[in-house]
Write a protein that binds this ligand. Structure first.
Ligand code: HEM
Length: 475
């Protein structure tokens, strides 16, 4: 009986009293926002709009680059009443919404990495996907993981990886040519590129051959779908019981993926064969990248989590960026011409060579413009690990932060009147910021710079020249 009462008390405190106190504290600090309702917070309003979007988006293929109010209508609406920094609630979890680079800059100035963490509510939710891999660890553990992994991305290792990228891209393009020649000119570019990106990550990161790579890849995609269906009530107490079937399915797939990766790692350990020797797993297994400070290498469990993290963080982001690049090039044939000429000048008719990639300046502008308009990482989340003071306001310890990258990338006040236009040349004189008015990068808010994959020097630049070079016109 006492046990039952204690459980009830704990529930009452964590679902009602603590969120209520956090609400008062944030209000006293001067933050406003849409009124939350227990137990969903502001989720019901967010869900209503999501249904309308899915109906609209199926009706038209002629995309406008002005996407923020379509993709996140609730944020666009709340911005109108509460500005670009406000509080909204996912269930009983408060989130400080930020779409104001100046605020972000002031908030993160002088703050140590340990003041930030990744929201606990997401850690739990995304465990089957990332475990305790680099995207989720924080503090000392994050430093250790970075120390172990970073040397694997040295220029010479990236060079070895680039040839594997070229190999997979060539085989995808051969397949496209065969399809076109067989009279079936319709190609599902997104899924083709996603599968190729998955194959590239499987080979370059873990030396996993096509068959095993495919198995892991298919299970990961299935898990992603299950998680998407089950996690629409993030932050709501007991939300895992709202979609029990999908929650269980995601956990089951997570376990199967773990087992598969475990068997691959064990086989690699036992066979002592590191081919291809420069892949990430081979380097980590060789033990050369032991963290200098603590002398600790990765445990098998940590290796499994990093495999999943790289698989998941690496393939979809890159595939989305490349798919949008091809679509935007199809809509802007003058840029296809520019890029084709640049590739001809820099590489002639030779195979893509890692050292030549730096010469593809215009391609860099195009990719930056694509990442601006269609960021594969539409938001970044953090959680305050201690009280953070900014402009006389206090962001209390425990507050989650939701940084809206899409909003900032589509903000007319920051980019000017041509904000919705595809204009890669804006990166000509300012290759990093593209001339936007507040030079602040999302890594200002991040204890973890996101340069592990080295995308622009890696997958994208190594994989894009071939489709542009080989096709007369991207349509
Ligand atoms: C267009 C491509 C990509 C984009 C837009 C992108 C974006 C990002 C962003 C925004 C973060 C920070 C997340 C956070 O701190 O909350 C991040 C982290 C990360 N990304 Fe990527 N990424 C891309 C490609 C890749 C690739 C190809 C890989 C792997 C091969 C990769 C692996 C990672 C890892 C491991 C982290 C965690 C880094 C850390 O916390 O130290 N990413 N990425």
């Amino acid at each position: 009986m006492i046990f039952f009462l204690l459980v009830l008390l704990r529930l009452f405190l964590s679902c009602w009293v603590f969120p209520g106190l956090a609400y008062l504290k944030l209000k006293r600090s001067g933050f406003t926002g849409p009124t939350p309702r227990f137990p969903l917070g502001n989720i019901s309003e967010m869900m209503k709009k999501t249904e309308i979007i899915s109906k609209d988006s199926s009706q038209s293929l002629d995309v406008s680059n002005d996407i923020h109010s379509t993709v996140f209508p609730y944020f666009a609406r709340w911005q109108q009443s509460h500005g670009k920094v406000f509080i909204y609630w996912l269930g009983t979890e408060p989130f400080l919404y930020i779409a104001e680079p100046e605020f972000l800059k002031r908030m993160s100035a002088g703050i140590m990495g340990k003041s930030w963490g990744k929201p606990t509510v997401f850690k739990h939710d995304r465990k089957p996907m990332f475990g305790n891999g680099l995207v989720m660890v924080e503090g000392e553990d994050w430093v250790r993981h970075r120390h172990v992994i970073t040397p694997a991305f040295s220029p010479s290792n990236l060079k070895a990886m680039a040839s594997l990228m070229v190999e997979s891209t060539s085989s995808m393009l051969d397949n496209w040519t065969a399809l076109i020649n067989s009279g079936r000119p319709e190609i599902d570019v997104e899924s083709e590129i996603t599968a190729t990106a998955g194959e590239i990550i499987a080979k370059t990161s873990f030396g996993i051959g096509y068959e095993n790579g495919r198995k892991v890849f298919e299970k990961l995609r299935a898990m992603q779908v299950s998680l998407f269906k089950s996690n629409r009530y993030v932050g709501v107490p007991f939300s895992e019981f709202m979609k029990p079937k999908q929650t269980l399915e995601a956990r089951k797939l997570g376990k199967e993926i773990d087992d598969l990766l475990l068997s691959i790692i064990t086989a690699r350990r036992e066979s002592q064969s590191w081919y291809p020797s420069r892949d990430l797993l081979g380097l980590l297994l060789e033990g050369k990248n032991v963290d200098g400070r603590t002398g600790k290498s990765f445990t098998t469990r940590e290796l499994v989590d990093e495999c999943k993290t790289f698989f998941f963080g690496g393939h979809e982001t890159t595939a989305l960026a490349l798919t949008w690049t091809l679509l935007l090039l199809a809509k802007n044939p003058e840029w296809q011409k520019e890029l084709r000429e640049e590739i001809k000048q820099v590489m002639g008719d030779k195979e893509v060579d890692f050292h030549m990639l730096a010469g593809l300046k215009k391609m860099g502008w195009v990719m930056n413009e694509v990442l601006r308009l269609y960021s594969p990482s539409p938001n970044v989340q953090r959680q305050a690990r201690e009280d953070i003071h900014v402009d006389g306001l206090v962001i209390p310890k425990g507050t989650n932060m939701w940084i809206d990258v899409v909003s900032m990338h589509h903000d007319q006040a920051l980019w000017g009147d041509d904000v919705f236009e595809f204009r890669p040349e804006r990166f000509k004189d300012d290759p990093i910021y593209g001339g936007w008015f507040h030079q602040c990068s999302i890594s200002d808010a991040s204890s973890s710079p996101s340069n592990v994959g080295g995308w622009s020097a890696g997958d994208g630049k190594a994989s894009l020249p071939q489709p542009v070079q080989q096709q007369k016109r991207v349509v």
